[in-house]
Structures are given as C-alpha cells and as structure tokens.
Design a protein around this ligand. Structure first.
Ligand SMILES: Cc1ncc(COP(=O)(O)O)c(C=O)c1O
Length: 352
C-alpha cells in the first residue's frame, strides 16, 4: 500500500524520521550523562515507548493516569506521572497501578500530598513523590526553593510516601535561571537531610541544550519524536525533522487564490504557532492556512506561483503535533511512501 491508496484526511508518520529524532536525543543524553525519560503524550503508542526504552531511556513520563494505565497494560513498568492526582477516584486508580508497576508521581501542595499520604500507608512499598517546582513557566509548582523543602519534609514524614526529588517543566530558553532555582532547592534539601535523588526537567525546545541545566539528572522530552511547526519556530531542528504530516485533499478552489482542504480543526487542531497559519503545506511552502473550521482548512495561495487543483493531495506539518495525535483514531506508519502498518493510537483520548 502507498500513500496514494489512503483516503484523506490521514495522519502519516515517517518511521525513518522518528528513529533519527529518537537517536539524536538519546545520543545527546548519553554524551552528557543525563537520564532520558521521554514523555509519551506526543505519540501515545506503546510501540514507540518500547523503542525509546530500548534506545536507552530509563522509563517514560505520562501526563495523565489514563495514559499510564495504557502504557502499563503494554508492559511498560517504570512510569512518572507529572500531574497532581487529586480526588478519591484518581487515588484508587493510582493505588491499583502502584500494585502493578514502578510509578512515581508529583505534588505541588499540601492538599495533594495529603491525598497520597492517606491512600498510601505501607512503608514496605512506599509511593515515590517528587515536588513539582514552578521555575518560571507559571503553571503548577511550588513557588520558591524554601517551599520545595517544606513540601519535601511533609512527603518524607508520611510513612507510605518516599521523597523522590524535584520535577519542573521549565520555561523555554531559561536554562540558567532554571538551574539557579533548582541548585538552590537542592542545596537547601541537602542541608535539611533530604538530598533529591532525581531532579527532572523537560521540554523539546531545550532538549539539545539540557546539559546546561547542570542540576538536572533527568530530562523529559515529548514532542521531539515527531516535532512540529511550533518546535521549529522555537529553534528545535528544522522542518526536515518533522515526522508526522496530515495528508489532505483539495476539495474546493472557490477563487484564484483560495483552496480548501478536507482537514479542519478536528484533524489539524487549532493551536497557533509563532508563525502565520495553521500548518505548513509541504508541496506549496508559500501557502498560508488562514482559517480552520471543523472540517475545512482555508488556504491562501496568493504567494504561490503553482497552485493545486481540486483532487490534488497535499501534506501538512501541523502547528502542534501532540493535539493532532490525540484527535486521530489511527496513524499510518511509513517507510518512504510505503505504508508499512496502520495502527490505532493506543492512549488516544486518555485524558482522565
Ligand atoms: C510536565 C511535562 N514534561 C515534559 C513535557 C514535554 O515537553 P515537550 O513536548 O516540549 O517535549 C511536557 C509537555 O507538555 C510537560 O507538560
């Protein structure tokens, strides 16, 4: 089967590019003595998680418990969930998972630790908890190194919990500031008798400079496996590294300068990037996808010398690939133009 045999819209994954992206990251991590713990929220496929582990990753990262359950079901047995797990339903599921695999979680406040501490009480099989630190990204996380120590103490004092270290999803291109924050936290923790076994940072934009965060022992890249327009705009590699594309058909040419594709926000996702438009059309690089509705992409061809006709097919590099994957029932795995396999996205929709 070739891509010409596929109906559209279709999500295509170039296996050679995937392999190259995974190896580049693992080689970098190996060269710099960093443990790699890839975030699977991008690909959501057990087979790629296994490949990442085989190449040298120490475990995987999941954002949601549902993703972790799916990966555990696929035989992955070392998982960090980088999300505050709150409420009795989540805690029951976490306890069930903890019985099956090595799982670590994060917390950024007393209330979250309280939930873990009341659920996990066995000192013989403690739950590992890392303190999430807001080193400038402004999402979750304790706000100061002093707060990190206070929360680490609370974790260490709970008989069924073990303090595992620090976790941050640091702001892009702020490696020095992130390192200063984490170094101060580590120093304070050491002084308190709680040296952090793991200091985990993450994010594809800084992946190939992760060693500059000298305090980090572990790194969690996610998007690097496929990359996308956003990552390229932020300076990570080039469009040649983008392994996932959306194959779409031109279904209308209402004006001389307008084409409409059969992939809208339900396929390409509406996330914006720091470059114009909703995706990069490989065959018409000057084209701009100016608008998406659910099932249509409107393309401005004004800057294109050549222009497509109704029925022509194009491939689009999405702005934000992780969301595209979560919208797709299945992906087509390619070697060149040959469809090697079509596979369901294992953890698709696992957002609980
Ligand atoms: C906690 C955490 N770690 C790691 C990552 C991976 O980041 P990226 O996709 O930029 O590699 C993310 C991305 O959302 C994240 O939220």
């Amino acid at each position: 089967m070739r891509t010409a045999d596929l109906d559209t819209p279709a999500v295509l994954v170039d296996l050679d590019r995937v392999e190259r992206n995974l190896r580049r990251a693992q080689d970098y991590a190996d060269r710099h003595g960093i443990r790699l713990r890839p975030h699977i929220k991008t690909h959501k496929l057990v087979r790629f998680a296994r490949r990442q582990l085989r190449l040298g990753a120490v475990g995987i990262t999941c954002q949601k418990l549902g993703e972790a359950e799916c990966m555990a079901g696929g035989g992955i047995d070392d998982i960090l969930v980088t999300y505050d797990l709150v409420g009795p339903i989540k805690l029951r599921r976490l306890a069930a998972l903890h019985e099956r695999v090595r799982i670590a979680v994060v917390a950024d406040g007393e209330a979250v630790v309280e939930g873990y501490a009341t659920t996990f009480r066995d000192p013989g099989r403690p739950l590992e908890v890392l303190v999430e630190c807001d080193t400038g990204a402004g999402r979750c996380g304790v706000q100061t190194p002093a707060e990190a120590v206070a929360l680490a103490r609370r974790i260490a004092a709970a008989p069924g919990l073990r303090f595992g270290g620090l976790m941050t999803f640091q702001p892009r291109a702020r490696r020095r500031e992130t390192d200063a924050w984490l170094a101060e936290a580590r120093e304070r923790l050491e002084a308190a008798g709680l040296p952090p076994a793991t200091v985990s940072a993450g994010g594809t934009p800084d992946l190939l400079r992760a060693a500059e965060i000298t305090t980090a022992t572990e790194y969690r890249p996610g998007t690097y496996i496929y990359s996308d327009r956003m990552q390229v705009a932020w300076g990570h590699g080039s469009l040649e590294d983008c392994a996932l594309t959306v194959l779409a058909t031109v279904v209308s040419r209402p004006t001389a300068t307008r084409a409409v594709l059969d992939a809208g926000s339900k396929v390409l996702a509406a996330d914006t990037a720091p470059v114009p438009g909703h995706g990069h059309v490989l065959e018409y690089p000057e084209a701009v996808i100016t608008a998406l509705s659910e099932e249509h992409a409107v393309v401005d061809l004004a800057a294109c010398e050549r222009r497509p006709a109704v029925g022509d097919r194009v491939r689009v590099i999405p702005n934000h690939v992780c969301v595209v994957v979560n919208l797709a029932d299945r992906v087509h795995l390619l070697r060149g133009d040959r469809v090697e396999e079509t596979v369901p996205v294992d953890a698709r929709g696992r957002v609980t």
